[in-house]
Structure formats: C-alpha cells, structure tokens
Design a binder for this molecule. Structure first.
Ligand SMILES: Nc1nc2c(ncn2[C@@H]2O[C@H](COP(=O)(O)OP(=O)(O)OP(=O)(O)O)[C@@H](O)[C@H]2O)c(=O)[nH]1
Ligand SMILES: [Mg+2]
Length: 689
C-alpha cells in the first residue's frame, strides 16, 4: 500500500497548495470508491480512465504537490526504435541505457538524476508504484498494492542511474516504447508520460505521423503538458518531414512545442555526435540551470493535469450515474417480467381455465349426476343431512386433488418460463445485462423449479384442508359432515377458489358451465354463505402468496447478479471533482498574487537546485559556441538553418532556436545565460524585442 503522506521535505508546500493537495486527496479517495462493474456503453473506457487518473495522482500529482523542490522530471518517450535510449546516452556521454537492434529494447525505464538529487527518487515520492533497481539488478519485487495483478517478481521497476553529467534539478527518464507490441510496455510508457513534468518526445523523419504517438501527443495538448520533440534521422532531403511535423504540431494545439531535428547517424561508440545533440543538450542544460524556468514548466504541466483530473472526475461521476441507471433498468426488466408472470397465474386460476379438462372430468366423477344439487335445491329434510348422505356414498376425492395439482403446476411453470425468457431477452439486449448472462443458464427457469412448484402446491392443498378443518371445528353441527368429507369439502373449496373473481364466486359468474356451483352449494350447505365467501378468499390468498414466493425465488436469480456488484452513483465523486476545481482556482489566484508581490522568484527557487550549480549536457557548449551561426550543430540544413524550427517562419514558441539562441549570441556563457524566448513565454514575460 502506497503511503500517501510522505514525510515533510524541504520546500514542502503550505496554504493554497496544501488545500489543493487535500482536495486531490479526497478526489483520489472518491475515485478509488467509484465502481463501474457494469458493461454500460463507455464503461471500459471509463474504467481505464479511472485507473489512469489514480496512477497520475499517485505517480505524479500528489508527490509533486507535496514536494515543491523535486527535480524536474523529463520523460523521454516515443515509438520503438526511434532512438530514445540513444538520445539519453548521447546527452550524458555515457551508456546508461542499452540501445539495441531488437525491439523493444527498453523494458525497465531508466531514470537518470544528478547524484545529489538521489534522495528525491529512491523513496516513494515519484512513481511510488514502481520498484527501484540499482546498478545491474534485473529482478524486482514490486511494492504494489495488495491484490494488484502487476505486483510480484518481474513487475515494473525503474532503474536509477546517478550521473554528474546532468544538471541538478533535472532528471531524464528513458521510457519504453509507446507503441510497443507488449501491452505492459505501452501501459507503462503512458503511465510514465503522465508522470512527467516535461515530455521529450522522440520520433523519426520516417515515422513522425504514426497514429499511436499522436494519440499521446493529443493527450498532452489537451492537458497542456509541456512537450518538446526530437526528430531523429533527418537526412538531407527529408527536411520536408520536419516542416510537416511542425505544421502538425501547430495545428494540434502544440504550437509552443520546441522541435529538434537530429540528422547525424550514431558513431562507433553508439552515441550521436556532440554537434547533433548540441541544441537539445543546450536547451535542457539551460532549463536545468534556471530554477524559475523549471518551476514554470512544472507548474504549467501540473495545472494542465489538475484541470484534466477534475474534468475526468466529472466524466467518471457521470459514468457512475450511468451505471446506476443501467442497474435500475435491469432490475425493472426483472420486476416487469415476473409481475407479468404473477398476473398470468392470477388470471389463469380465477377465470375458470383451471376447471376444464382433467380437473372437470375428475370433479364430475366425484359429484356425480347432480343428485346432491337437486336435493339441496328442493330443500328436502335438513340440508346437512342430505350432504352427509351424499358424501357417504362418494368415491375418494384424491384424483380431483391430483388433477388440480397437475393443472396448477403447469400454469405456474408456464408463467415462470415466460418470465425467464422475457428477462433473458431484455438483459441480452442491454450491454450491461448481456455481460452478466453467460454460463448462468438464465434463459430459462431454474432446474429445481418443478420440484419447488410441486412442493408449494401440495403445501397449499394442505392449507386448504386445514382451513376447512378449522372452520368445521368452529361450527356446531358440522362434525358429521366433516367426518365423512373433509377431503371432499377441501377439494370443493379448491374448485371454488379457481372460480372466484373480484369477490364474486362461481355461482355469480357462472364459470365453467356451473362446475363451481356444486362446490359452492355443498360448502354453503355445511358452513353457510358468509363462511364460504371468507374461506374462498383465504384459499386464494394462500395460493397467491405461495406463487409469489416461487416467482420471487426465480427473479432473485437475476437480481442477485446485480446485488453482487457495488453500483453507487457519482455524486460524491462529482463533489470531489468540483472541490478540486475550486481549490485549483484558489491556488492559482494565490500564485498570481504572490507573483505580483515579487514572491515568484523565491517560489521558483524552491524547485530543485539553485542556479549556478549546474552541469551541462554533452554537446551544449559546442552548440552554444556556434549558436546563431552556421556551425556543425546546424547541419545538415541548407544555409545553416533548420527549416523546421526557425522561429521566424512558423509562429511563436518554435524551438531550440528560441531556447538557445540568446538575444545576444555574443554574450553566450554557460554559467550565466540569458533565458530564451521559450522560457520567457512560459514565465509570462513576453519581452523579447
Ligand atoms: N541513424 C540513426 N540511428 C539511430 C539514431 N538514434 C538511434 N539510432 C539507432 O537505432 C536503434 C534503436 O535505438 P534505441 O536508442 O535503442 O531506440 P529506443 O527508442 O530506445 O528503442 P526502444 O527502447 O526499443 O523503444 C539503435 O541501433 C540506434 O543505434 C539516429 O538518430 N540516427
Ligand atoms: Mg530504448
């Protein structure tokens, strides 16, 4: 588990920065909480966004906010084989990262820092999710979070390489290829770029328009990340590619990105010649030596990331709300289908449909030709005696009971099967539901339903017999009738229950050609009208309750899929994202006010090492010596200029020419360099004239 609260460090932030860090901490907690388990449209992207947002908070933003003095992290990214490792080695003049012929070469990122800056990188402050490798170590136990599939031996690690060739306050990270055939490489490269204060993007004259790098460059532009580009292998004749790339950058929101074309091939030592890397070296060395410039770059990238995270938080809140909507829609489909099933059973057991076929035949066997009805209607003797006499001579009522059980089971099973089919169809037609269906046999009723239905129907029939028995016990004079015919009376009540609609009984609705009339007369003769009405209602209610229970069990097979998921709305996340926006506004206002008060310089000085203690990267001196002229650093451009980055032709913020050509090239000294136009623009001092 990553410790979110590193120990206080020199230059640690307070005030508005701390409020922003707190707001981001809360956003992080909400992002962790938000669950997007349903495959609603856009959910896969939202999950990836959520992961990326958490990574960026952990790897970059929170550490950066809490360690105002951390060195500027320049991440060298780009296509495989573009020459990232070669560039890093060439800038340092030593092979810290293995370039190679086999792609991809760089799997473990290499982070080069000044020896005195080591403390910033050995701990958890930067990229806390990546283990550290020192020297020649090759395997790691990643300090991943519990349950993290990437944790464990062989997982991502970063190799730390101290180098005095690098200015203090500047770190170079050689990343894996962004378009790698290996997914882990691609993901790591994107994660590293997201943790960068500055992207140094390496491409080639042949591949500068490739889609994958441009996806990332678009992301950078969107986030206002600070970006510079290096174009390798610009042979004479391919200058047009550089011009085209410049146009693409301008047209895609990266007009301010410096562009460094490199034309030289690698030497026998595997390094690019000094004069080739000179412009990049000089530009980066200047940046390393200028605390205010470093701060400006770091803050510009950070602001973009904060805005982007708040935006992402809001979008993810919407995605979380969409999940709630999707879950509700799925639950509604289940509820609708099973309510319909219950209604279907309800009408099939009250409209007389049950009293046809087998039930009717067995019932007629039981009640015979109508002698009973006639004697009851004639009012001969005491009615109850007539019933007793009638019941004494009857066959057993078991076949009627069985026929009822059989018919009733068919009705319930049919309704349940229909509901399962409808639910399955509704879920299958819904992306969120479809993902929950495979391997679950949810297209039909559960395998145990038939047995469950049979059991419930038997239990209901027992209920009805018990009702009749209880009613007899309460009423004087029924003992004899019951002693002969509790089963016959029970069956009569079942029949009557199937012929009662909206409080009307069989006689009133004339159901099934008077089938129910005999049952009703028989029961009324024994118990009286009111009791029969009440008993019929009670028998129906018990049946309905048991059917409801069966259908609820069936419906639960679907809703359990949803219950197993945590689906919570995006309200808390939305609140946290809005709070980040507010805190960011506050922090920027405080920064502006501090700048007006002249406190900006002190602020800037808090970033990394103070000016004056810097080394220069390889080739920087050579470039500076020739800056503004036609020295070797500028070849092979015609007339000593690179068409791709000459500031005069393609608008503001164009590149190394701006950065390294001082206003007065004659006053060009490594230790005391005036700041280039690029940095002035970043710092908001547009005073070049
Ligand atoms: N001609 C020429 N060759 C180069 C240049 N830069 C790199 N190379 C060669 O291209 C090959 C790949 O270079 P690397 O530096 O390993 O490329 P990479 O971008 O680090 O590649 P991955 O780590 O696989 O992503 C090596 O053989 C280098 O010698 C260049 O500017 N010009
Ligand atoms: Mg490499």
């Amino acid at each position: 588990m990553v410790d979110d609260t590193p120990p206080p460090v020199p230059g640690a932030v307070t005030g508005a920065d701390a409020a922003l860090a707190d707001a981001l901490d809360r956003l992080r907690a909400r992002l962790r909480d938000v669950a997007l388990p349903l495959d609603a449209p856009g959910a896969a992207q939202a999950r990836a966004d959520r992961r990326a947002a958490l990574d960026q908070l952990d790897d970059y933003l929170l550490p950066r906010l809490r360690s105002a003095g951390a060195p500027l992290l320049v991440v060298v990214g780009g296509s495989t084989g573009a020459g990232k490792s070669t560039l890093v080695n060439s800038l340092l003049g030593e092979r810290v990262s293995d370039p190679g012929v086999l792609r991809p070469t760089t799997r473990s990122p290499v982070l080069v820092h000044h020896p005195l800056d080591a403390g910033w990188f050995t701990g958890d402050r930067v990229l806390p999710g990546l283990a550290r490798l020192a020297g020649d170590e090759t395997s790691v136990d990643r300090r991943g979070e519990a349950g993290d599939p990437q944790a464990g031996p062989g997982a991502a690690a970063v190799r730390l390489v101290p180098s005095a060739a690098l200015p203090r306050g500047l770190a170079l990270l050689d990343a894996p290829d962004v378009d790698s055939v290996e997914e882990a490489n691609r993901r790591l490269a994107a994660q590293l770029l997201a943790a960068a204060d500055l992207w140094l993007f390496v491409t080639t004259a042949a591949r500068y328009a490739d889609a994958v790098p441009w996806d990332l460059l678009h992301t950078a532009a969107e986030r206002h990340a600070q970006v510079a580009l290096v174009v390798d292998r610009v042979d004479p004749g391919s200058e047009a590619a550089v011009e085209d790339l410049r146009r693409m950058l301008d047209a895609n929101g990266l007009a301010g990105a410096p562009l460094f074309p490199l034309g030289e091939g690698v030497g026998a030592d595997g390094l690019l010649p000094e004069e080739a890397v000179g412009p990049v070296a000089a530009w980066l060395s200047d940046l390393g030596g200028d605390a205010a410039a470093r701060r400006a770059v770091a803050v510009a990238t950070r602001d973009g990331v904060v805005d982007d995270l708040a935006r992402r938080g809001l979008a993810l809140a919407q995605a979380a709300d969409d999940q709630v909507v999707a879950a509700t829609r799925l639950r509604d489909a289940v509820a609708r289908a099973y309510a319909e099933a219950a209604a279907q059973v309800g009408s099939a057991t009250s409209d007389g449909a049950m009293l046809r076929g087998e039930v009717l035949a067995r019932w007629q066997e039981l009640v015979g030709t109508g002698d009973l009805l006639r004697s009851v209607e004639r009012g001969v003797g005491r009615v109850r005696d007539a019933v007793v006499g009638f019941l004494r001579g009857r066959p057993a009522p078991a076949p009627v009971e069985q026929a009822i059980a059989h018919g009733l089971a068919a009705v319930v099973l049919d309704a349940a099967d229909g509901a399962a089919e409808r639910t399955h169809a509704a879920w299958r037609g819904d992306p969120s539901g479809a993902a929950l269906l495979p391997d679950l046999g949810l297209s039909r009723s559960s395998a145990t339903l038939r047995a469950d239905v049979d059991r419930e129907i038997r239990a209901w029939q027992a209920d009805v017999l018990a009702l009749v028995g209880e009613q007899g016990a309460q009423r004087r004079g029924t003992a004899r009738a019951l002693s002969f015919g509790v089963n016959a009376l029970g069956v009569s009540l079942m029949v009557l229950a199937f012929a009662s609609t909206g409080g009307l009984t069989g006689v009133e609705v004339g159901i099934a050609g008077g089938t129910a009339v005999v049952a009703q007369k028989l029961l009324e003769a024994v118990f009286g009208d009111d009791a029969v009405r009440r008993l019929t209602g009670e028998a129906r209610e018990r049946l309905e309750a048991r059917v409801r229970g069966l259908l609820a069990g069936e419906a639960a097979r679907y809703t359990a899929q949803l219950d197993a998921l945590v689906v919570s709305g995006g309200e808390a996340l939305r609140g946290a994202a809005t709070a980040v926006e507010d805190a960011a506004r506050g922090e920027r206002a405080a920064r502006t006010a501090a700048g007006r008060d002249g406190a900006g310089a002190g602020d800037g000085a808090a970033v990394g090492a103070p000016s004056g203690s810097t080394a220069s990267l390889r080739g920087a001196h050579r470039w500076r010596a020739s800056a503004g002229g036609t020295g070797p650093g500028r070849t092979p451009g015609a007339g000593g200029t690179w068409p791709g980055w000459t500031g005069g032709t393609a608008g503001p913020g164009l590149g190394p020419g701006d950065a390294v050509r001082a206003d007065d090239p004659a006053a060009d000294h490594a230790a005391d360099r005036p700041r280039g136009g690029f940095w002035r623009r970043l710092l908001g001092r547009e005073d070049r004239g």
